[in-house]
Ligand binder design. Structure first.
Ligand SMILES: *[C@@H]1O[C@H](CO)[C@@H](O)[C@H](O)[C@H]1NC(C)=O
Ligand SMILES: [Ca+2]
Length: 317
């Protein structure tokens, strides 16, 4: 079968050594949404929905990759002509105006860059990010503009796979009682950003589907005292519940109604408490294992839940 780019033949499936449940990442597998390119010894993912440079960088980063840059001729050749519209590169000067380098730290003078006519011009002193034109030339633009982007994951011999959870992220732990993997994020985020983080990891904000799962999440929460959570003001952990569709009608992010046989609202909740004029439309779990409505704009720790097969390529199934 001819795969995208036709690169499958150059990868040989080796016997992968199993060491404490970890196996080395072979060239076929990173995640289903990344395609291996032997000439750059890594995987690429084309993201066609335009984003700001910061959103693009963050999304690649959360996927365990980096915003791709034309760091040498091989990269330039591979990145060029993939899109009919300009595309972000990882080349920026946000740390110090004029000091352009790629995300991985390659200075711009070491890259094979030919500028479009009149570029770079740092128009109005507002241009600190570099785009690749469809014809292979480059320009500096404002980082808040929106373009598609390409994420790159370098193949590295030292990377091991968390086999039980089907990810290179070793923070996911398989739970036999539910068949899901869970990751506690101890860096507090708003609910939207927590949602995005879980999605980028091939997971979703945790959902209690059974009383056992409520118990499992409660145990995970007990292992993480608030004092060890960065940026959390409240002792709540964000989970995959909301009432965005119809105020007061609580559903999971997968649109199932909250099953009160499985989940207990804390007494007096949901109460839509007001903070800075905003009520509570996002779900959280308290230390007591009960569900509380919580402010979507207030940061808190969160738990992602991952199906072990969520990132698997079709060959694996
Ligand atoms: C490449 O595209 C840019 C932007 O559209 C244009 O200004 C430039 O003339 C083109 N360069 C070549 C060599 O075709
Ligand atoms: Ca509340």
């Amino acid at each position: 079968m001819e795969s995208e780019g036709g690169h499958r033949n150059s990868c040989t499936k080796q016997d992968r050594p199993v060491v404490f449940g970890l196996v080395l990442l072979d060239c076929l597998k990173y995640r289903y949404d990344y395609v291996y390119h032997p000439e750059i010894e890594g995987w690429l993912k084309q993201n066609n929905i335009p984003a700001t440079w910061h959103q693009a960088r963050l999304r690649c980063h959360l996927e365990g990759a980096e915003l791709a840059s034309p760091i040498d001729d091989g990269f330039l050749k591979t990145l060029k002509g993939r899109s009919q519209v300009p595309t972000w590169t990882g080349v920026h000067s946000l740390f110090s105006k004029g000091d352009y380098s790629s995300i991985e730290g390659v200075p711009i003078l070491r890259m094979p860059i030919s500028w479009a006519p009149g570029e770079p011009d740092n128009h109005e002193d507002k241009e600190q990010c570099i785009i690749l034109m469809p014809n292979g030339t480059f320009a500096d633009v404002c980082c808040d503009e929106m373009f598609p982007y390409i994420c790159f994951r370098k193949k590295s011999a030292s990377v091991s796979v968390n086999v039980a959870c089907g990810t290179v992220d070793s923070s996911y732990a398989y739970e036999t009682r539910t068949g899901s993997c869970y990751k506690f994020h101890d860096h507090a985020q708003t609910w939207n950003r927590a949602y995005m983080t879980c999605e980028a990891e091939g997971a979703h904000l945790a959902i209690m589907d059974t009383a056992v799962e409520t118990q499992v999440l409660n145990e995970i929460i007990s292992e993480h005292p608030k004092t060890k959570i960065y940026g959390a003001k409240y002792d709540h952990v964000l989970v995959g519940f909301h009432d965005w569709g119809d105020a007061g009608v609580w559903t999971t992010i997968h649109d199932d109604l909250v099953d009160t046989g499985v989940i207990n609202w804390a007494s007096g909740e949901p109460n839509n408490a007001i903070l800075n004029g905003l009520g509570q439309s996002c779900g959280s779990m308290g230390k007591d294992g009960h569900l509380y409505d919580f402010w979507c704009h207030v940061r808190a720790a969160f738990i992602c839940e991952k199906n072990p097969d969520s990132l698997a390529k079709e060959e694996d199934e």
